[in-house]
Design a protein around this ligand. Structure first.
Ligand code: OXD
Ligand code: MN
Length: 612
């Protein structure tokens, strides 16, 4: 298809304007076909950027530039007209100035390259909850990743019609080529981090990205569209765009419920989405591992779709033990970025579950090193980058639920929030009400190590709703949006249809620093308790902080004593008093008068109950 054959006048003009600005050598409208995918890989292999993997059919390894290995949060901008609308947790730039700067950078940026125009659907094509985006990019690596992560092609243009709504997503790796020049094995990008831009214009629902070819900076359907821009759309249109997994859980009586869960990075969200239950007779299946879009149905229930079509997962730490189903999902047709390359032509990473075969291995920077005999991570000597990734089609997951592509979505019975907390926060806690649940989401936090961020070891980084880097507007307004949706449902007499809200913590430690809860498949015991709570089973005690499991309501996993279970499921009054003052003084205070008053009321009410 040629640009002048595009039926949508707005799309055609947008593409033509950008062709004039970016001056690519040629333009291709992507059709999402296997032929197109294979052609992109030929280009990438001959440019020395992709290595075919002997051990995995139709799978390839890429090594990015060391400047281009993760989301560039400091270069991610929320460019709303009013600075106040971006809020204290986002980087703001004036949209007129930012567009001027970036238009200057985009000028001639695709010289010597092909411009690819990727029409994609986030969510099953044509679903009422789905949205269409079109990404302009000069990166064939982006094209193949978008093929896996979204639904690409002509069917999307058909749904878009002549005047449908789409989110324009501009992307360039910022590396024009001179005549005769080739990438020659060097990952093309702007190596100066300060010159990378990942910009969002929430008032006009646009994305402009420049200088990075990696992950969330470049695959614009994911964090940029499906979270930052979608959160603004959801605010304006009355729905929810959340950083949540979606799972299906079936009990031994074959009853089914769906649950959506938000956990900050490094808390095992993908593992939870693909969990293998240890609890007999229970089954967990996956709908999505990262993002949920949810709209109320006429029946008052909240229906969720996974807007994505693949997994873009962190590789290190993924093993048959930590995530059996992820390991099965990446056996073929997968893309690996910044992993190690073994002598026998396979990928390898730290904590993959086995040492590397052979004598030598190529690390993520392309250097040959002795093959590690164990899979332990050695600081500063990593074979795979800590944020090395796999991209795999969701339908390769052995436990993908049959309804994962249902255009009407699945009805959500429960929300789960959680974080990595060594103390205070119990194993599981159900909110007393919707408002209390929003309060729980708003104080979500996770402990970090000093090495990871410039913060005191063990201190809590608050990551409300796990949306801190992903909310496209002021987080105080975002909390209010959640409150408003709950109030509307209650005012309409549909409050009982709202999902129940829970807070979990798999990461409590004892005085010696050992984890008290085994996690992984044993988390099914907690999911089962939540399942029964959704059916109003009498398995809880009412406490100052919420509804906690009754003694014996969660059967202890092997090796966990009754005393430990009771500690995991009780109120740490002193710890909670500290938590409350930390939230009031260091967290809520940041949001000024946009922090909804009812959340302060909730804080006061918990404090009062703790003191009584
Ligand atoms: C992700 C993230 O890549 O949350 O999913 O950073
Ligand atoms: Mn994520």
């Amino acid at each position: 298809m040629k640009v002048n054959e595009l039926k949508h006048a707005g799309l055609k003009k947008w593409v033509e304007d950008n062709v004039a600005l970016m001056t690519p050598d040629s333009v291709e409208i992507c059709d999402g076909s296997k032929g197109e995918y294979d052609r992109m890989l030929k280009i990438l292999v001959s440019a020395g950027l992709a290595t075919p993997l002997k051990k995995r059919p139709n799978s390839y390894l890429f090594r990015s530039d060391p400047s281009d290995v993760a989301r560039a949060e400091s270069r991610t901008f929320i460019s709303s007209k009013n600075k106040d609308d971006a809020g204290p947790t986002n980087n703001w730039r004036d949209p007129v100035e930012l567009k001027q700067t970036m238009s200057g950078l985009y000028k001639g940026c695709m010289k010597g390259r092909t411009m690819y125009v990727i029409p994609f659907s986030m969510g099953p094509v044509g679903s009422d909850i789905a949205k269409i985006g079109v990404e302009i990019t000069d990166s064939p690596y982006v094209v193949i990743n978008m093929h896996i992560m979204t639904r690409v092609g002509k069917k999307v243009l058909d749904v878009l019609g002549k005047d449908g709504f789409f989110v324009p997503c501009l992307h360039s790796i910022a590396k024009p080529l001179n005549p005769g020049e080739s990438d020659n094995g060097k990952w093309p990008c702007e190596p100066d981090v300060e010159k990378k831009y990942i910009s969002h214009f929430p008032d006009t629902y646009e994305i402009w990205s420049y200088g990075s070819g990696y992950g969330g900076n470049a695959l614009l359907g994911k964090k940029c569209l499906a979270l930052r821009i979608a959160s603004a759309l959801a605010r304006d249109e009355g729905w929810l765009a959340e950083h949540m997994l979606i799972l299906k859980i079936t009990n031994p009586k074959k009853e089914v419920k769906y649950l959506a869960g938000a956990l900050p990075s490094a808390c095992g969200k993908t593992n939870l989405a693909m969990l293998v239950p240890t609890l007999k007779g229970w089954k967990v299946e996956t709908i999505g591992d990262d993002i949920a879009w949810m709209k109320f149905g006429k029946d008052g229930r909240l229906y969720a779709i996974n807007p994505e079509a693949g997994f873009f997962g962190v590789a290190p730490g993924t093993s048959e033990q930590s995530n059996y189903n992820a390991m099965q999902s990446i056996k073929k047709n997968s893309i690996f970025t910044n992993c190690g390359l073994t002598e026998d032509g396979d990928i390898w990473w730290e904590q993959i579950g086995y040492g590397a075969p052979g004598k030598t291995i190529i690390d993520w920077k392309g250097n040959e090193k002795p093959a590690p005999k164990t899979d332990k991570a050695v600081k500063g000597e990593e074979i795979a980058h800590a944020n090395a990734r796999f991209t795999a089609p969701a339908n390769q997951c052995p436990v993908i639920a049959k309804e994962w592509q249902d255009p009407k979505g699945v009805p959500i019975s429960a929300f789960l929030f959680g974080g990595r907390r060594a103390t205070t926060i119990p194993l599981v806690n159900q909110s007393k009400s919707w408002v209390h649940g929003v309060f729980m989401g708003s104080i979500t936090g996770s402990e970090i190590t000093a090495a990871a961020l410039d913060l005191k070891e063990g201190s809590v980084r608050r990551d409300p709703f796990a949306m801190l880097p992903f909310c496209g507007y002021h987080m105080g307004d975002y909390f209010n949006h959640w409150l408003k949706l709950g109030k509307k449902a209650e005012d309409e007499g549909k409050g009982d249809k709202l999902p129940k809200i829970f807070f979990v913590n798999w990461f409590r430690k004892d005085k010696d620093g050992h984890f008290m809860w085994p996690g992984y498949g044993e988390n099914s015991r907690v999911l089962a308790w939540m399942f029964d709570r959704c059916d109003n089973k009498d398995n809880f005690v009412e406490t100052a902080i919420g509804k906690l499991p009754k003694t014996g309501a969660i059967e202890a996993p092997p090796g966990v004593s009754a005393e430990i279970m009771s500690e995991l499921c009780s109120v740490d009054t002193e710890g909670w008093k500290n938590e409350i003052s930390d939230v009031r003084d260091k967290h809520y205070a940041k949001f000024g008068d946009r922090l909804p008053k009812v959340l302060y009321d909730e804080l006061d009410a918990i404090e009062k109950r703790l003191n009584s």
